[in-house]
Design a protein around this ligand. Structure first.
Ligand code: NAD
Length: 393
């Protein structure tokens, strides 16, 4: 099969196996450039196959030499259709772990379900005994809870309708977008999916099964962002869910004094999850331009390698702010960065888009997520889309 990108608005419906492999190798090479540290030894990564979770798994392997059990929700290929990028990323990740002689196993299915938690506990018991790190990096549109109720998340404001500039990703034009406020039910649904309830369920289940090492660390990823995006993000449905996640860290710490739960507030980046948020991609495009100009831009792997090697490990206690949050958005929120972003935001139009928005950078990250636009991959070559993941065989 000749595999080409098929882009529909903010999603690409195909993925390239060698290209995704290249993306994993490049991330591993970056992590290796930061050296080895004493950190996690046995890690469970929930949401391990793309974005921040994949980068965490790579840093755990490369920087900490950790054995990893990963949980993901991905689709394999068939003769007609490519697999999802997370499938190919994970196949390459397991290859990389195998080359280093380090354990990696992956479970594919619904992390929100009781069955998946039981499978993970069984796998830890069989292979690892216990884990000393649990990364919670799920981004999902819906969740069926343990009572069989399905909740949907949405990306809306919670106050009055909000109108702002937005980038139409189909035409690369600046348009105005109005986001309607969510209903009570929609807010509740988003909190059920993207809040902390399932993270707490995971920790309760792992702890009750005795597979959490004493002094284990668990970290969940959040985003706050600048005031500019508060109406759609932090004060929107998703931000309400993130505030619930933050509260859950406190609850886990109270319920499980033997372990430590942290929130890592990460930088805004193009991932499959974030491309779907209205208004935010334009902010990312402008942010990328300003941060690259100042030499401060980071992608998922730069963020997660810095988290592992500088903030989470290597000190007596992780480096946190007054709320107990690890701030990986420290560079993004520097006043000099945000002042320039604000000026560019006010000035940006379709005509001057290229000057203030890193459109090329945005699209490069987008295509790279699906394994496309790598100079060293021959995309004209006939490619077998069916790639096995060793531990799922
Ligand atoms: P992503 O879409 O790249 O990754 C999501 C992961 O979750 C994938 O591994 C996917 O397989 C897995 N997943 C989804 N539904 C699942 C299910 N039901 N069962 C098992 N696995 C499932 O997303 P991302 O952007 O890396 O986001 C990860 C976390 O980081 C989220 O909590 C997100 O809010 C947070 N975050 C993202 C950004 C950003 O700008 N992208 C910034 C800060 C924080």
């Amino acid at each position: 099969m000749i595999i080409e990108p098929k882009v529909r608005e903010y999603i690409c419906t195909t993925a390239h196996p060698q290209g995704c492999g290249e993306s994993v190798r490049r991330q591993a090479a970056y992590a290796a450039s930061k050296g080895e540290i004493t950190g996690a030894k046995k890690a469970l990564i929930i949401g391990c196959s793309t974005g921040y979770g994949l980068a965490s798994r790579i840093s755990a392997l490369v920087n900490c030499k950790a054995a990893t059990l990963g949980i993901m929700f991905e689709r394999p290929a068939n003769e007609k259709r490519t697999a999802t990028p997370g499938w190919y990323n994970t196949a390459e990740f397991e290859k990389l772990s195998g080359e280093q002689g380090i354990y990696a196993r992956t479970l594919n299915g619904d992390a929100f379900s009781r069955e998946m938690k039981e499978q993970a506990i069984e796998a830890i018991r069989e292979d690892l005994g216990e884990v000393d790190l649990v990364v919670y990096s799920l981004a999902a549109p819906r969740r069926t809870d343990e009572n069989g109720v399905t909740w949907n998340s949405c990306l809306k404001t919670t106050a009055a309708p909000f109108t702002e500039k937005s980038l139409d990703l189909r035409t690369n034009k600046i348009v105005e977008k109005t986001i309607q406020p969510a209903t009570e039910e929609e807010v509740q649904g988003t909190v059920k999916v993207m809040g902390g309830e399932d993270w707490a369920d995971w920790i309760d289940a792992l702890s009750a099964a005795g597979v959490l090492k004493k002094d284990a660390v668990t970290v969940a990823y959040s985003y706050i962002g600048p005031e500019l995006t508060y109406p759609i993000y932090y004060h929107g449905t998703i931000g309400t869910a993130k505030q619930h996640l933050h509260q859950t860290a406190n609850e886990i710490n109270q319920a499980h004094p033997d372990i430590k739960a942290y929130i890592s507030v990460n930088k805004g980046l193009v991932t499959q999850a974030s491309s779907a948020i209205p208004i935010v991609p334009l902010y990312f495009g402008i942010l990328y331009k300003v941060m690259k100009k100042k030499g401060l831009h980071e992608g998922c792997i730069e963020q997660m390698t810095r988290l592992f090697t500088e903030k989470l490990y290597g000190k007596d206690v992780p480096e946190t702010d007054e709320n107990g949050f690890i701030r990986m958005d420290d560079y993004e929120l520097l006043p000099e960065i945000q002042e320039e972003v604000n000026q560019d935001w006010k000035a940006v139009t379709t005509e001057n888009l290229e000057e203030s928005c890193d459109l090329d950078g945005y699209w490069e990250d987008f295509y790279h997520m699906f394994g496309f636009h790598y100079g060293n991959i021959d995309y004209a070559k006939d490619t077998d889309p069916v790639i096995p993941i060793p531990s799922l065989e």
